[in-house]
Design a protein around this ligand. Sequence first.
Ligand SMILES: Cc1cc2nc3c(=O)[nH]c(=O)nc-3n(C[C@H](O)[C@H](O)[C@H](O)COP(=O)(O)OP(=O)(O)OC[C@H]3O[C@@H](n4cnc5c(N)ncnc54)[C@H](O)[C@@H]3O)c2cc1C
Length: 502
Amino acid sequence: MSAKPIQDVLVLGAGSAGLLAALSLKRKLPMLNVRIVRSPDIGVIGVGEGTTPNFPQHLFDYLGLNRKAFHTLAEPTWKLGIRFLWGVRGRFDYSFDQQLDHTAPDLRMPNGYYCDDEFRCTSLPSALMWHGKAFAKQENGCPDIEGWHAFHIENEKLVSVLEQVARECGVEIIDGRVTGAERLPEGPIAAVTLEDGQRLAADFFIDCSGFRSELLGKVLEEPYQSFSDALFCDRAVVGGWDRGPDEPILPYTTAEQMDAGWAWQIEHEHHVNRGYVYSSSFISDEQAAEEFRRKNPKAPASPRIVKFRSGCYRRQWAENVVAIGNAGGFVEPLEATALMIVCGNLQSLVEMLNRSRLMPTPGLRDLFNELTGRGWTDIRDFLALHYKLNAAPQTPFWDHCRAETKLGNLTALLDFYEENGPNGFCRYRLSGMQNDFGLEGHLVMLVGNKHPYRARYTPPPDDLARWEARRQHFSAQAQAGLDVKDTLAFIRHPGWQWHGDA
Ligand SMILES: Cc1cc2nc3c(=O)[nH]c(=O)nc-3n(C[C@H](O)[C@H](O)[C@H](O)COP(=O)(O)OP(=O)(O)OC[C@H]3O[C@@H](n4cnc5c(N)ncnc54)[C@H](O)[C@@H]3O)c2cc1C
């Protein structure tokens, strides 16, 4: 594909995707000349503040960013999972650990079989969520902070920190609006042209232009695949407020069902970020804003409306263009997956460029497209499951979701679960699985929504007593833990030392 090694990379866009792309390429492949072009007039989308655990892993373990500096500048708080105010239980927690895909050595059955009535405190992270704590306390009194957790992080601060780190790594950032592209006779892009007449040539282009998809979508005309038969939401009302003294900083994102969709609540130190994701086929913008304000009296009088579509381009890599972030695809934010996909796809791209000594072959490009394509459809199906299984609210939107949501590759899992219940064999009925949610995430949705299964288990008293003792143990450990505010005080103490920082 490439007759000579790639030398010059141009990233179009400096939202979180563009900056992460430039930083990842420059940090892992320092011989590359990496430039970004971005339009301050167009700006960034400015939403996207919940992450999954692979995001801190990407920043610190993969890219080697300094934890202390990052926490000081970006001021993230910790997210242990998602609290769903959802379905017939009304509430259940998805913590990013093994709550259900787990069998304790002293129990007869996997955890899920004990959760018919009570689904809480099944693991330490889920107990921490239940008690509003971020971390367990170590013997020395410090928070046990090194585990598998995600972040809540304000988009503006994230973008500003990533820009600073990218510049420090040697990435050049050019302000200008791309208005055209020159293509070689064989198809690849040779250069982009800016509004002011400048021409920026490169061997390889990363399209991070957000929903505009300037290179992959517009110039290369890659076909787009809509997920509208599985995910019906297409807009969000966005509006938060400054945190009041009576509002604790919760260590999780809340996802609460609404009349025609659901609302997120993301917890920053000084700000509460709230948004209502809805389907414009079932509710108007005005009705959505009215419901949002009615249920959130602190929300601003005129919240912002953001339009989106769920779907992805057929290929993420065409010719010499790779799309990362919203330019390549987007699924609605129910599990806050966008940055997870950005980081995962960037790691695959960097490793492929590295292993091919910057001369990627057609086979590598095709594999990248196959893996990223499967990644998109797996997440589409996982999100679709959230809607399909929610048996609680009786509104036209939810009736439609239960009846019409297409489950894609998950029908075999659902059939198997309905027969056999929440055991680990379900994993063999999951196809694809190019994401971090794994069987655990799917089981949480099935058990959390009390989806019926036939092979029920009634634990005998001794087994039930051991199960309850485990839950009590986790609960007591969590109750003695530290909340987000306590933990922020620890990491801001001058004597605090992050593991892994040089
Ligand atoms: C309602 C909603 C909620 C979301 N919540 C989450 C969440 O909780 N977690 C999560 O991970 N993600 C979430 N996302 C996704 C989030 O948008 C992305 O994670 C993230 O912000 C990446 O955006 P981006 O960099 O791809 O695009 P953008 O931020 O839109 O950046 C695009 C860049 O391209 C530049 N650009 C565009 N066209 C041109 C041009 N012609 N010339 C020059 N420059 C150009 C722009 O100036 C900008 O710099 C959410 C999205 C929506 C819509």
